[in-house]
Write a protein that binds this ligand. Structure first.
Ligand SMILES: [Zn+2]
Length: 156
């Protein structure tokens, strides 16, 4: 069986940015549903056709990873629009005006103005994934309906 759309794939991986490992599966493989945008598109495309036991190193440019860094993602917002005390350097998640999940990093606080960055922390970075395929199976109809794998510990 090879990786293609609608297969649930188990993957061991290490993610390096500028040579440093910033994330890895550490004995607990990542499980995702192939072809549904569960993982960054550059990695998903590179995995298509691979079989269990195969490994490779995949370099993903920002436009196929977490996006280019967007200057407009940096905004000054009045402190009074937040209902928590913000601290510089911290990352917060919440909802925007329409209830969609957002997360942002606080870059600076000056008086009542907070400079926040809505860019993904890995925006603008070249990602280097070292991957090994450890499992491939057909997705269940429920997984296809939900658009994600039901293996592992997080389900929403
Ligand atoms: Zn589900």
């Amino acid at each position: 069986m090879n990786i293609q759309k609608d297969k649930v794939v188990a993957l061991e991986y290490k993610l390096r940015v500028e040579g440093d490992v910033i994330d890895e599966s550490l004995g607990e493989p990542l499980s995702y549903l192939h072809g549904h945008g569960n993982i960054v598109v550059g990695l998903e495309n590179a995995l298509t056709g691979m079989a269990v036991g195969e490994g490779k190193t995949v370099k993903v440019e920002p436009h196929e990873g977490y996006g280019e860094f967007d200057e407009e993602g940096m905004q000054n917002i009045p402190m009074s629009s937040f209902d928590v005390d913000l601290e510089i350097g911290q990352t917060y998640s919440g909802e925007d005006g329409e209830g969609s999940p957002i997360s942002f990093n606080v870059l600076a606080i000056e008086g009542d103005q907070v400079l926040v960055d809505f860019n993904h922390p890995l925006a603008g970075q070249e990602l280097e994934f070292e991957v090994k395929v450890v499992g491939i199976r057909d997705a269940t109809s429920e997984e296809l309906e939900h658009g994600h794998s039901h293996d592992g510990h997080h389900h929403d």
